[in-house]
Design a protein around this ligand. Structure first.
Ligand code: PMP
Length: 381
């Protein structure tokens, strides 16, 4: 089985035009060509972030982007409120701890979204938070959090709102300025349709006041250094030039499709996947009101291990779904539908899932899931 179908929440498939752009000859990162490239990227990526502020493109993974946010905002002893809905909320918390923050952790449970009334209570009862950490799209559970709602609450306090948008930005609407997000982080390998290796980080003017005064050590991760370089359409250190070229092309694709259409496509794919798995008698982990448009986590049926389903999919059909993380290991599988993903990817993934379930002896009506997805796509459901 040669042909492979990658349906995990990052890295995701890369479109041919992006691959072609990344294959262009190398250019010097201190050249005028690079400055022009950087400037084009900046104009487009601000539309994705919905911000008038600078968006820094850093050569590191998403976690490096999160660490950049923390290192520039948090000093030892600062109080931080962490809103946790799964694995990546926990990671953000660990980074804050590593930088000496006193973290107030609120866990809403794996598969649930952030409850705004709890956030309101926390903010009212505990003034003095320097930052609030939130995850836009919790990749480990397929849960979308209400960043606009959280932003409105945090904006009434002096705290900064730091958002992990790694598996959402580019596929799910976010309005950095309007929703009072102070630092928004994403990465290249998910809805942005690129290979791994870049983090993108938007910074509000309110955040800059804190960043300039922060005492934590930072060098490679220094945002003031990045800002100084961006003034000349430069980067502080040698960037991944090929990925910058790819980012330019990926952003062109998004601008051509139109961000509203990009978001609608992701919502449609998620709706079709959810309808399909339900038609097969399976249940998505997340409730409809907080269903992620970019990744769907599905509980494996009674008596069937999620990783056994994944093994058959991979070995017999070349389809890769992601497994569960942490406490959900073996209990769920996750189907990504982000970035360069369309209707026929869903049909293929669901068709494969039906075959894997049948192979494992699960009573499945072949075609029932595919049909449910087709009906969503045909506007009949
Ligand atoms: N946050 C979220 C929400 C993610 O999905 C991921 C990657 N799965 C990360 C952070 C970490 O990104 P990276 O693996 O690029 O460091």
């Amino acid at each position: 089985q040669d042909k492979q179908y990658l349906m995990i929440p990052g890295p995701t498939p890369v479109p041919p035009s992006v691959v072609a752009a990344m294959s262009r000859p190398m250019i010097g990162h201190r050249s005028e060509d690079f400055a022009a490239l950087h400037r084009r990227i900046q104009e487009k990526i601000r539309q994705v972030f919905q911000t008038k502020e600078d968006v820094f493109i850093l050569t590191n993974s998403g976690t490096g982007g999160l660490e950049t946010a923390i290192a520039n905002v948090v000093s030892p002893g600062d109080r931080v409120l962490a809103l946790i809905t799964g694995n990546f909320g926990e990671r953000f918390t660990k980074i804050a701890r590593a930088y000496g923050a006193e973290v107030d952790e609120v866990s809403f449970g794996w598969g649930k979204d952030v409850d705004l009334s709890v956030v309101r209570e926390k903010l009212a009862g505990n003034p003095g938070y320097k930052a609030v950490l939130a995850t836009q799209n919790e990749t480990s559970t397929g849960v979308l959090n209400d960043i606009a709602g959280i932003g409105a609450l945090v904006a009434e306090t002096p705290a900064l709102l730091l958002v992990d948008g790694v598996s959402g930005v580019g596929g799910i609407e976010i309005r950095m300025d309007e929703w009072h997000v102070d630092i928004l982080v994403t990465a290249s390998q998910k809805a942005m349709m690129l290979p791994p290796g870049l983090a993108m980080i938007g910074v509000s003017s309110r955040a800059w006041e804190v960043i300039e005064k922060n005492r934590a050590p930072r060098f490679y991760f220094s945002l003031p250094a990045a800002r100084k370089s961006l003034e000349k359409w430069n980067t502080a250190y040698t960037p991944n030039v090929a990925l910058f070229q790819g980012l330019d092309a990926a952003l062109d694709m998004m601008m051509n499709e139109g961000m509203e259409n990009v978001y609608a496509r992701h919502r449609l794919l998620a709706r079709a996947v959810r309808a399909a798995v339900r038609a097969l008698g399976l249940e998505p982990l997340a409730a409809d009101h907080c269903a992620s448009p970019t990744v769907t986590a599905v509980r494996s049926p009674e008596g069937l291990g999620a990783d056994d389903i994944r093994k058959v999919l991979k070995e017999e059909l070349g389809i890769t779904f992601a497994g569960g993380q942490g406490i959900l290991k073996g209990k769920i599988f996750r189907i990504a539908h982000m970035g360069f993903a369309g209707k026929m990817d869903v049909i293929l993934g669901i068709g494969g899932l039906e075959m894997a379930l049948a192979r494992l002896g699960y009573p499945v009506e072949l075609g029932a899931g595919v049909r449910a997805a087709q009906e969503v796509f045909l506007g009949r459901n």
